[in-house]
Write a protein that binds this ligand. Sequence first.
Ligand SMILES: Cc1cc2nc3c(=O)[nH]c(=O)nc-3n(C[C@H](O)[C@H](O)[C@H](O)COP(=O)(O)OP(=O)(O)OC[C@H]3O[C@@H](n4cnc5c(N)ncnc54)[C@H](O)[C@@H]3O)c2cc1C
Length: 462
Amino acid sequence: MRELVPDLLKLAQMAKAHQLNFTVDAEEADRLELSLDVIGAVFSDPSLAGWDGFGLAIQAYQKRAPQVIDYIDDLCKRNGRRMMVRLVKGAYWDTEVKRAQERGLDDYPVWTRKPATDLSYLVCAAQMLSKRERIFPQFATHNALTVSMILELAGADRTGFEFQRLHGMGEALYNNLLSGNERIACRIYAPVGGYRDLLAYLVRRLLENGANSSFVAVAGDKNVPIANLLERPVERLGIDQGKSVRHNQIPMPLALYGERKNSAGFEFGHRESLEELIASLAGQTAKVDAAPLVPGRRAGGGRSCPVAGRPQPGRRNRAYAAVADVDRALPRAARDLPVVEDAGRGARPARQDRRPVGSQSRPAAGAAVRRSWQDADDGIAEIREAVDFCRYYAAQARKLFGEAEAMPARPARATGFGAGAGVCLHLAVEFSLAIFSAGFGRARRRQCRRRQARAADAAHRL
Ligand SMILES: Cc1cc2nc3c(=O)[nH]c(=O)nc-3n(C[C@H](O)[C@H](O)[C@H](O)COP(=O)(O)OP(=O)(O)OC[C@H]3O[C@@H](n4cnc5c(N)ncnc54)[C@H](O)[C@@H]3O)c2cc1C
């Protein structure tokens, strides 16, 4: 806010001085809350009083679009000024879907079926038309059906709003529309800049126009009957016929991997989650040392050194295990093996870490970040990787060892259990938790036999 608000304000003041309109584009969903804060601060600045040229773009594919319109309307009311609002469907649909999956979010920030976005656009359009006193609606679309339905929504009153198109697109549509309707206006958005600045813009247009869901692409396909182009979004959605508003080929982000659950992640663009994370990090002030635990009590007869890297409150020393620690740990592990091999008890340590991170357990995310001693983003990524390893090997164990099987390492006894106790040498400094979990998970998978299938079941629920 300290950096962006003054820069944006300066640009807005220049636009005002030249009596130009000035619109802040809409970008990725995780920037929405921050954008609204910046826009709110700039718009409310007294130096912009008496100028109605300030505006922003709102994306109808975002599920929060109607709430954003209400927020802007309220902002205008509080400042006694009008704002220009460009309504678009949204240019980053694929990115939003992929990102939500990668981040292990609870749900997608965008609709996953095209007619849902089309319908959302119309709902937002009606909302904006009803607020024309404070909002100047700018409908940016190249979809002829969307344009016609907006005109239908506006009815006889075709003042106080405009259409927008991109330079080089929608020419035929708007030439046709404007030639018979004097009171309808269409502004043309022409990007300016060098090749480097415009490349991303051009690539987005290429992707958009090539997509088989795009109106422009479908309208250009002679095999698609006109009746299909004119099917209204509500009919295409088919909610009354029992169809889901969700795309049936796009699983929820946490169900991405089918047989095993995706690890729950964290949305830094969600203000509430971020504030909880920061508070939970600030609340953890106790100093901690890293050391091997044998068996559950501090060991570490090896070298000890300060933790390297960025200084962080709470981090102190780390101690390495010595051969003597291994000598103590191995017999103990062998003794406890039957206990570990017992399905229910073997699964218990795994259950303790059941939800290390995720929007459901934000304070736990703070603990996880601090434990991994990294930046929040890296820390959460590492914990998620560790969880994914555990779940992956649990799923593998269930698949491969659901049935009893003799182990070559213990042919004489052929008990149907694993290869026995072992030492997992763990040398990683970076991403140590994830790498440890990978080695440990592999070892656990090897131990899984017959009764362990139940343990794997439990681990699978992590
Ligand atoms: C003047 C102007 C300014 C623009 N400024 C911005 C901006 O600031 N920010 C921005 O993000 N975009 C911006 N856009 C691009 C805009 O968001 C759309 O990508 C583009 O206009 C295509 O929408 P349409 O109504 O013309 O076409 P249509 O073909 O009717 O719609 C295509 C759109 O539908 C949506 N969609 C496609 N598949 C699915 C699916 N499976 N589930 C849900 N939704 C789906 C996507 O949003 C896709 O872009 C701008 C467009 C114009 C004309």
